[in-house]
Design a protein around this ligand. Sequence first.
Ligand SMILES: [Zn+2]
Length: 360
Amino acid sequence: MTLTGRETARPGEKNEMNCPVFWKTSNEDVKQLYEGARRAEKSILTYSAGGRPVYLFAYGRSNEHEPKKANWSSALGSKDPTCYSDPATKTPTLVLIGAEHGQETEGTAALLNLVSLLETGKDLGGIANDALSDLCENIRLVIVPIANPDGRSRVKPAAILGLKQYDLRYWGQGTWKDGSLCGWPECKKIHPILDAVDFLGGYYNDDGINLMHDDFFDPKAKETKALLDLCERECADIVIHLHGGGDSKGNLMQTSYMSEPAKAIVEKLAGCCYERGKAEDLEFVGPHACSLDDGPVPGAFNLASATHHKCGAVSFVYESNECIVDEPGPKLSHEQVTRMHMIVFEETLKVLHKREYRYI
Ligand SMILES: [Zn+2]
């Protein structure tokens, strides 16, 4: 499909798209919940390239008091990973990160509903989820609703759901100097992309850096470094990077560069979510985690892989359906998209409670 015109683009238009009241996804929405939160440990993780705060909510007992004798790499080298973090004494820890790409608002909507549930016992639609609330007990839960507030600020629609492929590409990857769409994956051919574009899409921070493909041995974005440091500081056991894909089904994606035991956890979770989805008529891709590593070019060492190597966490991308109207794939409601996130959270929390996440 060639998409070069502006026929369906609506730059500057605020698109509420009949979003239900519980669908809150803007930087301002996060700020309001942050200011109103009473149970959370609140902090600003960092400021973006554009000077915007990256808000952080945390619940449960922190692991920061745990003795840490070695970093993750050295602990593995010693053949004793407990030198980094001891599962026998630490609190099982889940880190949830939304909107590393600013136009992928589905994860942010889910995370703000989760924050509301933790704060009030009800989500933003006023509905309780006792099963999920119970699963959050005795867990360290760390939530970053919008990791890339610069990108999010550039994206006017509150949701991509119900829009067209052109809109997704326009708001997501932006346009080259000649006005044509940068597109995916061609948008990754120049990085940082800032000087090559007319409209900088929601993928990037204000310096044109795609956090998923930063230089992880020398991060160029403060946001990237702060996210990695957060996962290390918290001794994260599982980290979920919440993304969106135009026409994909709910997709737990296998991480390219991760230990086999960690990959096995993602595979297990994919199967659990698939079965849960079937029972509720919600489509996950299948009983196996989706891998991008098929083909002649190796998979990228992206932020999900880097997270694993920073702290040993099982780290993966959950790619939500974005329900693009002119693409194949399921067309779900905002409620269904959010529900699928909650299934992923619930199944992940069950794994944490069973302490199945470490390989020692
Ligand atoms: Zn993404």
